[in-house]
Design a binder for this molecule. Structure first.
Ligand SMILES: NC(=O)c1ccc[n+]([C@@H]2O[C@H](COP(=O)([O-])OP(=O)(O)OC[C@H]3O[C@@H](n4cnc5c(N)ncnc54)[C@H](OP(=O)(O)O)[C@@H]3O)[C@@H](O)[C@H]2O)c1
Length: 896
């Protein structure tokens, strides 16, 4: 009908008539599929009476049809030759001689239908070739019913004709999977129009998107015709298809989870009792578990540091003229003393806007009025550096008071360093506050606009243009008539010379979590004296043990009970260091407190409390070390100042101050580094609950080795500010961007990164893996392949025992998975491999056999096991180690 051979009405009439005639046939017959090529089947069966080839569906898929007894004996013969057959549930033996009694009637019905030659390319299922005039004859339609379906040949014809995009029109993709088998792998796009169990419109829209991306010219007007459409900015939320069901609690020791087994003595006792382990076996098991625990936490922490580094890059971008131009509207301008706000008001008015002027400090209640925007210039009067803290409170009150539809913009001067220019850390701290405002108040937040540090530069027209364009950019810097936008970018870390130092390292917050790790690292890198500074001094929890551990590494340790904001006390401490034999070579400023408060509830005193240690501390330390030759000055900052952190406005502002401070120092030619860390795992003030919450958002805990190596890489890279964070971007990006924020525009999703690092060498690695650990390694790898096809972000969350089709796989996805495995492992696999081995667990077992990597397992005696294992565990990955242990102690169920 689509090719214009017959009308839809007449086509339907013919279909109904054909169905009626088939239903009237006296002998039903049977059908079966065979996993073989048509040539193989013909070779085996020859002209077996009573059986016909009903369909040639692909290189390993043939369907037979005919009389029941004849078909059964044909299948038995094929099975005897090792070919798999499967009976099909059908009402009749289609495409067989049993259709013959109805063909005369069918031809008569077909001859009544008005038919014309196809108007577009039509490939015939009867010949597998391009169809012509013959389809208009009634005889063609009786051959169509009686003869075999030449699907495979039809697909090849299409492919040879240059067709490389295939869309299946139907309720669920079934033909696509077969079609993929008929043309070279990767040579075509396969698009399902509908999928069972999925929303029709979602699938169709996805299909349209895929086709569009493949270069197909879509008639978008036609697509939209039945709907009144309006263009609106939409959040880019992507569902993660993550499983959130709670796992049932383990019932007994034997079913306890791996982590429980590692962490709980009771679980271990229960398990060993249920397995009736001898005391020797228990001893071996306990020692192995301990070694394993240490190994696991170490390898988990070992994500390579160079993958965790980022920097804020400033990208020059013209302001696109908005179309249609929105009306200029009413604006509230909060003035500064130098007239920058008034100049912008004049520029806005010149564009047709009306502006109300207000003074900072006295007019926050005006924010309740119906302005299109409130533009706050008060920051320009705040004064430099630490003097700004009090002024931030004024800004905070404006943020809290803004009501929709008004949106608040903050204008700063010299807050960000676009190209290494000198900046004011006080202004930078305002950006920290603004980034949190964008998370806490997305409906009333406009953005941050930074002017050049030079007041002589008049950017009023550019500011007005930015405000009026409402381009959705929340972080804009205007410099000499050019517009720059903030984008987070991966930072290439090059190890170069490993960081080395000597002499004294002063670490503020040195007895806190991060500070102590930093101090330990500095000792390992050559510091012979560390000064651990904190208000509590030796009274801090764990101080004595920490000192002993550092001393055991060979360092001299001084604990100083000093408040870093107390300039005189810190000066005295530095004098004492100077009087000693080990000169001050490194300063790490890790002192800090966190404060939890929404911007609406934060008051000036709390703001000051949270910011003081970082802001005043760095000023004191900076002043005392000015002019000294240091190996490093490291400020311990946070990602909160880079992309914000809800309820941590003061904390983000404090860290932004540190980032700005290091950049300001840099502009003076003195090297300092501010490291924006993501949360550390098991170290410092981030609680387990917070860590779990952050992990759900895609912010993973940083392992200590990676955090420290990341710091070393940033020092080597010579940047003034960098980020070290272990992010799951597939989770974090959609959440962050749901407010229209653009900072992460250049960050690739983890899914893409995974694809880019496809495991080409996986097979070689698998061969090197100890035999006992291979199946688990293979399962982990398969989890990634399957999760990738399913669009799941967390492969580890994929149940290895669950059937693929229960996980949501359809036959098209099953073929994709088979093809990926075959490609990556360089093997050929039966078309039905995912049906015959329908879970990650089954498939991994099967693949080991196909790869010839299944080896007999020899259990060593317990004594040699203990000795061997301890040395070997060091060389295993955690999956390998788990598999190894599972095999010896038969605990696999528990590990699962
Ligand atoms: N833990 C993380 O995951 C993480 C992530 C990113 C950034 N950071 C940053 O790392 C730094 C340390 O955090 P942490 O998690 O290790 O917290 P922590 O264990 O609470 O350590 C903070 C340390 O700072 C000291 N301190 C606070 N105010 C001080 C002051 N006025 N003068 C001198 N010392 C002061 C505290 O000692 P006293 O109480 O004895 O003064 C404490 O030892 C913070 O700056 C934080 O922003 C941490």
């Amino acid at each position: 009908c689509v090719a214009g051979v017959m009308s839809v009405e007449e086509g339907l009439r013919l279909v109904v008539e054909r169905g009626r005639l088939m239903a009237g046939l006296r002998e039903a017959g049977a059908m079966a599929s065979v996993q073989a090529s048509v040539e193989e089947v013909l070779r085996e069966l020859g002209d077996e009476p009573g059986v016909s080839i009903a369909a040639d569906n692909g290189p390993t898929q043939v369907v037979l049809s005919g009389r029941e007894t004849a078909l059964r004996s044909a299948c038995a013969r094929l099975e005897g030759r090792g070919l798999k057959t499967k009976a099909l549930k059908v009402s009749h033996a289609f495409h067989s001689e049993l259709m013959e009694p109805m063909l005369g009637e069918l031809e008569r019905a077909a001859s009544q239908v008005r038919m014309s030659a196809p108007r577009s390319l039509l490939v015939s299922n009867v010949t597998g070739r391009e169809a012509g005039e013959e389809v208009t004859g009634a005889e063609y339609w009786s051959r169509h019913t009686r003869e075999a379906v030449r699907f495979a040949e039809g697909m090849r014809t299409l492919y040879e004709r240059g067709v490389n995009t295939f869309v299946e029109i139907g309720p669920h993709p079934t033909l696509l999977g077969m079609g993929m088998e008929c043309v070279p792998v990767g040579s075509a796009q396969w698009v399902a129009s509908l999928r069972r169990g999925r929303d029709d419109w979602d699938t169709i829209a996805e299909a349209a998107a895929k086709l569009y991306a493949a270069g197909v010219d879509i008639d978008w007007r036609g697509f939209d015709r039945p709907y009144p459409r309006r263009t609106v900015p939409a959040p880019t939320y992507a569902w993660q298809r993550q499983r959130y069901w709670m796992d049932p609690a383990p019932e007994s020791g034997a079913r306890s989870t791996f982590d429980e087994l590692l962490g709980s003595a009771e679980a271990f006792e229960a398990l060993s009792a249920s397995m009736a382990l001898s005391s020797e076996e228990k001893r071996v098991a306990r020692r192995t578990l301990e070694a394993l625990r240490a190994r696991i936490s170490e390898t988990r922490a070992a994500r390579p540091a160079h993958e965790l580094l980022y920097r804020v890059a400033w990208r020059p971008r013209h302001l696109e003229a908005s179309s249609p131009a929105p009306s200029a509207g009413k604006w509230l301008i909060v003035m500064d003393q130098r007239g920058a706000g008034e100049a912008v008001a004049r520029a806005l008015e010149a564009a047709g806007a009306s502006c109300t002027m207000a003074r900072a400090g006295d007019a926050a209640d005006l924010a309740g009025e119906d302005f299109r925007g409130i533009v706050h210039f008060g920051a320009l009067d705040l004064g430099a550096g630490a003097a700004c803290i009090r002024g931030l409170d004024d800004m905070r009150r404006w943020i809290a008071a803004a009501r929709p539809p008004s949106r608040l913009w903050l204008v700063t001067r010299g807050a960000v360093s676009v190209a290494g220019e000198a900046i004011d850390p006080g202004q930078a701290s305002l950006w920290g506050l603004g980034k949190v405002a964008s998370l806490e108040h997305p409906a009333t937040w406009g953005g941050l606009i930074d002017l050049s540090a030079s007041a002589a530069e008049d950017a009023s027209a550019d500011v007005a243009a930015e405000l009026l364009a409402d381009a959705g950019e929340g972080q804009v810097a205007l410099r000499s008539g050019r517009r720059y936008l903030a984008r987070l970018a991966p930072l290439e870390g090059d190890a170069g010379e490993p960081f080395a130092t000597s002499g004294t390292a002063l670490v503020t917050g040195g007895l806190g979590g991060v500070g102590l790790e930093m101090a330990t690292w500095l000792v390992r890198r050559g510091a012979d004296h560390v000064v651990l500074l904190g208000r509590q001094g030796s009274a801090a929890a764990g101080a004595a043990g920490a000192v002993a551990r550092l001393e055991a590494l060979g360092a001299r340790v001084t604990v100083a009970a000093v408040d870093v904001t107390d300039a005189a006390a810190v000066a005295e401490l530095v004098e004492t260091i100077d009087a000693g034999a080990s000169p001050l070579r490194v300063v790490v400023h890790a002192a800090g407190v966190r404060g939890w408060s929404r911007l609406t509830e934060l008051d000036g005193a709390a703001l000051e409390r949270t910011m003081a240690a970082k802001v005043r501390g760095v000023e004191v330390l900076g002043h005392l070390t000015r002019g000294r030759r240091l190996d490093a000055f490291v400020c311990v900052s946070s990602v909160a100042s880079v992309w914000g952190s809800a309820s941590q406005g003061a904390y983000a502002a404090a860290n932004a101050y540190l980032d700005g401070w290091a950049q300001a120092r840099r502009a003076e030619g003195v090297f300092a580094l501010s490291v924006g860390f993501g949360p550390w795992r098991d170290v410092g003030g981030v609680t387990a609950d917070e860590a779990a919450q952050l992990a759900r958002l895609g912010v993973r805990g940083l392992g200590t080795p990676a955090a420290l190596e990341g710091t070393a890489l940033l020092l080597a890279a010579g940047v003034a500010h960098g980020v070290v964070a272990d992010m799951d971007w597939t989770r974090f990006r959609p959440l962050y961007e749901s407010g229209g924020r653009r900072l992460l525009d250049e960050i690739e999703g983890a899914g893409e990164r995974m694809a880019a690092t496809a495991d080409v060498d996986f097979l070689a690695e698998l061969r090197r893996t100890p035999a006992a650990a291979r199946v688990v390694r293979l399962r982990t790898w398969l989890q990634r392949v399957v999760a990738g096809t399913l669009g799941m972000s967390d492969p580890a969350g994929l149940d290895v025992q669950k059937g693929f089709f229960d996980l949501g796989l359809d036959s098209l996805m099953a073929v994709q998975i088979r093809q990926s495995i075959a490609r990556e492992l360089g093997i050929t696999l039966a078309a039905t491999v995912t049906f015959n081995h329908p879970s990650v667990r089954d498939l991994a077992e099967h693949l080991l056999g196909v790869l010839g990597l299944r080896e007999p397992v020899v259990l060593p005696a317990p004594e040699s096991l203990a000795a061997d294992m301890e040395t070997e565990i060091d060389s295993l990955t955690d999956e390998e180690a788990a598999a190894r242990l599972a095999m010896h102690l038969d605990l696999e169920g528990a590990f699962e």
